[in-house]
Design a binder for this molecule. Structure first.
Ligand SMILES: O=c1ccn([C@@H]2O[C@H](COP(=O)(O)OP(=O)(O)O[C@H]3O[C@H](CO)[C@@H](O)[C@H](O)[C@H]3O)[C@@H](O)[C@H]2O)c(=O)[nH]1
Ligand SMILES: [Mn+2]
Length: 402
């Protein structure tokens, strides 16, 4: 489970923490899960908040599972009063109140850190944030929580990653972060499937991983490369003046479960087995993780071209999806009720305009590369052009064009 964040001001750490908590609390055997937070902002506030998250999660996760809580991002759950009925188990209200209290304490700690009320001390962890420039710094990888006993009802592993940044090397934005996470996770936990969510898109359906796994593991003859859950928002106004409902509703990027071997470039006809070698413990594999997070690691490799998220577009997920389809893979768009993931629609007009501009720029880039691509390839290339065209009309997502 990969959560990406890039700017602790635009993407407040409490929002990232809520997304992380919603993922830690999903209904799935926890020893099979690991949550990676990629911080391209290299922010002490984000690291501090991510260190605080599992302390609260130790209470929150059992509470959610005990009472079958539907929405496991606490900021959304506690925005309503507790749902009580004559069937409510005794003790629920007391536990609800205690949990709300604990969540408010977590919020307060993070808010105090944001307001600079208490100094954040990472000296024990050998992290010197005082002298860090977010555009020029070495890699920081911290195993925040490691589940040593393989129990299915604990907490998943948690790892913080701020990949190396160097002014001479392009960091390739989100695509670069995803590729680093792919490699870091391969040496630490190496799950055969990877979920990508933006830091502001919490898991709204606790069965989300079960649904994705049924789809990815259930088809014998028609294997899918990835399962995409549509990007949906909980706060879209009915009379939205900027029409974010229409634009955002077709964005199908965050909320995607990928088959790892597809990200490594395999095509549908490759029959090699998924390699699921895993180290015995995370801490002893951290040195190798530093190595693959190095900003020069990709130099003279196929990363960003034939391997991983494709570079060269501001809408990297569309280009990456197209290239996967061109290798013969199918994909699935899964609409769930309740929706798999929800986030807040951007409410500041200029943020929406930047996103819209980026979407259109990405589309033009892809049209251009599709034409070149179609000229150089056979049937699949032409499918790629048609697919992108229908996406560009903002006409709504389809089952096979994510
Ligand atoms: O250098 C960067 C820039 C962005 N991000 C993260 O990437 C995600 C998406 O970036 P954002 O600026 O929030 O773009 P949006 O327009 O909100 O995102 C939509 O559009 C992106 C570009 O196509 C997709 O990658 C996203 O999944 C999709 O939700 C966020 O979690 C960011 O923190 C990074 O990790 N590193
Ligand atoms: Mn965003």
């Amino acid at each position: 489970m990969f959560v990406t964040t890039a700017d602790a001001k635009l993407e407040p750490p409490i929002i990232t923490v809520n997304t992380v908590l919603s993922l830690l609390a999903v209904d799935y055997p926890t020893h099979k899960l690991a949550c990676y937070v990629s911080d391209d902002g290299c922010s002490p506030l984000t690291l501090y908040s991510i260190i605080e998250a599992p302390k609260f999660a130790k209470l929150w996760v059992p509470f959610c599972k005990k009472y079958h809580v539907q929405v496991r991002a606490p900021f959304r759950y506690f925005s309503d009063n507790p749902i009580l009925s004559s069937y409510s188990p005794s003790g629920f209200l007391q536990e609800w109140t205690k949990m709300k209290d604990e969540y408010e304490k977590l919020c307060q700690k993070i808010e105090d850190a944001v307001q600079n009320l208490a100094p954040l001390d990472f000296s024990r962890d050998n992290v010197d944030f005082a002298h860090i420039d977010s555009r020029n710094h070495p890699t920081i990888i911290k195993v925040i929580w490691e589940t040593k006993e393989r129990i299915s009802n604990g907490l998943p592993h948690m790892v913080y990653v701020a990949r190396e940044k160097h002014p001479n090397h392009s960091h390739r934005y989100k695509a670069g972060a995803m590729n680093t996470l792919t490699r870091v996770s391969s040496v630490l936990t190496n799950a055969p499937f990877m979920l990508n969510v933006d830091c502001d898109m919490y898991a709204n359906n606790p069965k989300i991983i079960l649904h994705a796994m049924c789809l990815l593991l259930g088809f014998k003859h028609e294997k899918s490369a990835f399962v995409q859950f549509p990007q949906m928002f909980y706060n879209i106004l009915k009379d939205d003046p900027c029409g974010s409902k229409v634009v955002e509703a077709v964005k199908v990027r965050t909320g995607c479960f990928h088959r790892r071997k597809v990200i490594y470039g395999s095509s549908l006809t490759d029959n090699e087995e998924e390699n699921i070698d895993q180290p015995d413990n995370l801490s002893c594999a951290v040195d190798a993780a530093y190595h693959v997070a190095h900003s020069e690691f990709e130099h003279d490799t196929l990363w960003g071209k034939k391997v991983g998220w494709v570079y060269g577009s501001v809408t990297e997920d569309v280009l990456t999806g197209m290239k996967i389809h061109a290798r013969g893979w199918k994909s699935i768009l899964c609409m769930l009720g309740p929706p798999g993931f929800l986030g807040a629609a951007p409410s500041i007009t200029h943020v929406m305009l930047i996103q819209r501009k980026r979407g259109i720029t990405g589309l033009l880039e892809i049209f251009h590369s599709s034409i070149v691509f179609a000229l150089h390839s056979s049937g699949h290339g032409r499918v790629g052009v048609a697919t992108t065209g229908s996406w560009g009309e903002w006409g709504g997502p389809r089952g096979d064009d994510v």
